[in-house]
Design a protein. Structure first.
Length: 345
């Protein structure tokens, strides 16, 4: 574990510098404009960060502890911009990992390698208007035809949906028969019958591209069916989402850190607004001591569970625990800290 944290700390030093110098100065403008930051996205890909989880022979970084370093990447990016981090997390994990794990070499050359360089953008589509966390209720249908499959249905809340060059789509080969009929297909967004229904407006993280997608008789070649003929489509989908939940915890952790730093910084500044409580010496110091216990517990849980697979242990169903541990960090910390300044949350 010590070796993993040494590599992760070195990795954090480099990405934190990029976040502070390149992302933070633009973060507010990115969310205000609400457009996908293509130039910044491409820059990060050219630096090699999208390949943090992958071996060198597939265009990745070849890190000794890839899962741990990728969660550091998600955390640090979220500290700078949650919207930008969400798109990168999708690109570097589920959108590309499905191809890395279950795609042919042809698919890896066509989509994975360009995506890791930042030349193509990927997405993963599972959620539907009438089927959220209940994957067994998915209605997007895949019908076998000569040379491939025909996909019909719709997806919603797809990160990178309007800008993606390729999308891994979860569809049922027998709707109504449950989760075991689920399979994954790589859809090129230039395919006939594919369209973006609409770009979704959200309460926040506006520069994160989120979309509703429509598949109308979209033809998918046989070699774009991931792990074709294995019968393990549902298990593979589940494995993908298990890892994704851990990285979501890292995003929450980074957002919480940013909230904590902003709140503590406010405590240290001269009073800018009328406070409801009196100022007392040492409140800034108290603020600095207040939240790190929660932060450290959440960070340890997330990082520890990501070190385990490196030692030969696969990601297991119990891994969503860090997501539970980290949720609400962005709420807890300011509620604990801001009152020290005499403000209300």
């Amino acid at each position: 574990m010590q070796d993993a944290m040494v590599e992760a700390d070195e990795f954090r030093t480099h990405i934190a510098r990029w976040v502070d110098e390149r992302l933070v100065p633009q973060a507010e403008a990115l969310d205000r404009e609400g457009t996908f930051p293509r130039a910044l996205f491409r820059e990060l890909g050219e630096l090699g960060y999208f390949g943090a989880m992958y071996p060198e022979d597939q265009g990745g970084g070849g890190l000794r502890h890839p899962y741990t370093c990728f969660t550091v990447l998600c955390e640090e990016l979220a500290r700078g911009s949650m919207g930008f981090a969400a798109g990168v997390c999708m690109q570097g994990s589920t959108a590309t990992n499905t191809i890395h794990e279950w795609g042919s070499q042809k698919l890896k050359d066509l989509y994975l390698r360009p995506a890791l360089r930042g030349e193509k953008i990927g997405a993963f589509a599972i959620t539907e208007p009438n089927a959220g966390s209940d994957a067994a209720s998915l209605r997007t249908k895949a019908v076998k035809v000569d040379g491939g499959w025909r996909l019909n249905g719709s997806k919603i809340f797809t990160t990178n949906g309007t800008v993606a060059d390729f999308i891994t789509v979860v569809a049922s080969t027998a709707p109504g028969t449950g989760a075991r009929a689920l399979e994954m297909f790589v859809v090129d967004t230039k395919s006939d019958g594919f369209s973006v229904g609409r770009r979704l407006d959200k309460f926040s993280v506006h520069c994160s591209d989120t979309a509703e997608l429509v598949f109308q008789d979209v033809f998918v070649p046989d070699d774009h069916h991931l792990e074709a003929g294995s019968g393990g489509g549902f298990l593979n989908v589940y494995k993908s989402l298990t890892g994704d939940r851990i990285f979501t915890a890292a995003l929450a952790l980074g957002t919480g850190r940013a909230t904590y730093e902003a709140s503590a910084s406010l405590c240290e500044r001269p009073r800018a607004v009328r406070a409801t409580n009196r100022e007392v010496p040492g409140r800034a110091i108290q603020a600095r001591r207040h939240a790190p216990q929660t932060w450290n517990r959440a960070g340890w849980t997330t990082n520890h569970l990501l070190i385990l697979p490196t030692g030969g242990n696969p990601l297991q169903p119990r891994r969503p625990r860090p997501k539970h541990r980290c949720r609400g960090c962005h709420k807890v910390w300011p509620k604990e800290i801001v009152p020290l300044r005499g403000l209300r949350v």
